[in-house]
Design a protein around this ligand. Sequence first.
Ligand SMILES: NC(=O)c1ccc[n+]([C@@H]2O[C@H](COP(=O)([O-])OP(=O)(O)OC[C@H]3O[C@@H](n4cnc5c(N)ncnc54)[C@H](OP(=O)(O)O)[C@@H]3O)[C@@H](O)[C@H]2O)c1
Length: 276
Amino acid sequence: MENKTVIGFIGSGNMAYALIKGLIDDGFDANNINVSDPNTELLDKRKSELGVSTYSDNLSLLMHSDVVVFAVKPQVLSAVCHELKNKVNPSQLFVSIVAGIKSKDINRWLGGNFSLVRAMPNTPALFQSGVTGLYANELVTKEQKKSANLLLSSVGECFWVNEENLIDAITAISGSGPAYFFLLMQSMKQAAMSLGLDEKTAESLSIQTSLGASIMATNSGKDPKTLRAEVTSLKGTTQAAIEAFQDQNFEGIVAAATRAAYDRARELSKELGDID
Ligand SMILES: NC(=O)c1ccc[n+]([C@@H]2O[C@H](COP(=O)([O-])OP(=O)(O)OC[C@H]3O[C@@H](n4cnc5c(N)ncnc54)[C@H](OP(=O)(O)O)[C@@H]3O)[C@@H](O)[C@H]2O)c1
């Protein structure tokens, strides 16, 4: 992103912090980053740690930013947009990382049809290891798409989709996904303890195994199915475990869990988007 572009974050919580830190670590000039939040203590902290400019009102931030990132909780987005209504410059780009709220609802609240990118990052973004799904509405220009991509790629990999509904699928896989892996780690830790290992060892074995498997899947050039087959010797210990997983319909459990997350994302989108 051109370092002249000024990016304003409305909401200065965890995800905004991750994105701002990612941008600065990538060489983006902190002087071109604005942040607004009602919590002045938090603003002071962001200013002293990151060197960004801070605003206690969202309208002033809007006036001083080319790209405006919505980084508030879904329940407050409607009020934030109403505050900005009729003050938007049509050349501005909005990037919403807010879960569940559709571009047409955001634009209705803003009172016009503006360039808007919806992004669904995940919490590993806090450690620059995230993955983000993105969707651009029809008004987003090539340059604006590039800006949004650079913003989100500062905290991990980016994947674009052409249909907004697919953001709900991304929410169900990578948005909520870190929790699925934490659940597996937690279950493996419990299982290790029940096999006699102490808690600290059990936890480290579970976390490091997960990390090692992810690194192998990322760097080996092989897909997960091949990697699994390669560590599953005939009649060996891994085969015994995999068969036990499959007896419990492991794939079916994963499919049902992700479907539940997808259905909930769609429900939330409707509930929250219907607000005026
Ligand atoms: N965390 C994730 O894994 C994740 C992943 C993908 C997307 N998201 C989305 O990212 C968004 C932000 O999540 P987060 O975890 O960063 O939340 P967060 O830590 O609660 O940050 C939100 C910030 O917005 C502030 N705020 C509240 N009302 C405001 C207003 N009217 N104007 C400006 N700022 C306001 C909050 O202040 P107070 O605390 O004082 O209210 C808080 O500091 C959410 O919509 C979430 O759906 C999160």
